[in-house]
Design a protein around this ligand. Structure first.
Ligand SMILES: [Fe+2]
Length: 223
């Protein structure tokens, strides 16, 4: 099983962001990369399930404060950076996240999907980026859920990211999800769709062995 040190992780993240932001090296100034320069992360709908209760600031959504149990499902370590169009970190950005549980249901009175709730799943959080613009949280992989007759939403985590001058509402999806291509909301990102799709990577040595690592960087217009 491949694992990565934090240094490797940072290096890979830098390489990925270089591609996203079109920071071509001196030796390689390919137009294909330059075309991606300065791309804000695409907007996605807020959806009907933004939490009604205040968001907690606990970055481990697999546990509910005061309860001994653990949320069901595949544990994900989600890491990423919030950057501006110049590739500079956005410090102290507010990162609000909310998502369905492993069965595909939100802890929200408006969600009538007849699959189980998980009383051990927190389901939402309010995080703050550090000086490098980094955020991270632990959660479980949400399931896809029905959004109307014969229509499924692909698995996703909702994000609302607020810098001082820009606020972005978006969703992170998962590579290989069969419901992605038919999803009309995902399709609104057009040629930028790939910016919203994350891979499930092997965990680093300090993460739970059975968990997965997910990287999702977010680009705002400005900090
Ligand atoms: Fe949703």
């Amino acid at each position: 099983m491949a694992t990565y040190s934090i240094d490797d992780l940072s290096r890979r993240e830098i390489l990925r962001m270089s591609a996203v932001l079109g920071i071509a090296s001196a030796a390689s100034n390919r137009p294909a990369i330059a075309q991606t320069a300065g791309q804000r992360t695409p907007e996605q709908i807020l959806g009907p399930f933004y939490p009604l209760k205040p968001l907690g600031q606990n970055a481990d959504l697999t546990k509910v404060p005061g309860r001994p149990g653990r949320a069901a499902g595949l544990v994900l370590n989600v890491v990423g950076r919030v950057l501006n169009l110049k590739g500079e970190p956005v410090r102290n950005a507010k990162v609000e996240i909310w998502q369905a549980n492993t069965h595909g249901r939100y802890t929200h009175p408006g969600d009538h999907n007849p699959v189980p709730l998980d009383s051990n799943f927190e389901g939402s959080a309010l995080l703050t980026t550090n000086n490098d613009g980094r955020y991270r949280f632990k959660t479980i992989k949400p399931a896809a859920y029905p959004a109307g007759p014969n229509r499924m939403r692909p698995a996703h985590i909702h994000f609302q990211v607020s810098g001082r001058q820009d606020r972005l509402v978006t969703q992170m999806y998962f590579e290989g999800d069969p419901y992605l291509e038919p999803d009309r909301f995902f399709q609104t990102a057009l040629e930028q769709k790939d910016l919203l799709v994350a891979k499930l990577l092997q965990p680093t040595s300090e993460m739970e062995p059975e968990s997965k690592l997910v990287e999702f960087n977010i680009v705002l217009n400005a900090g």
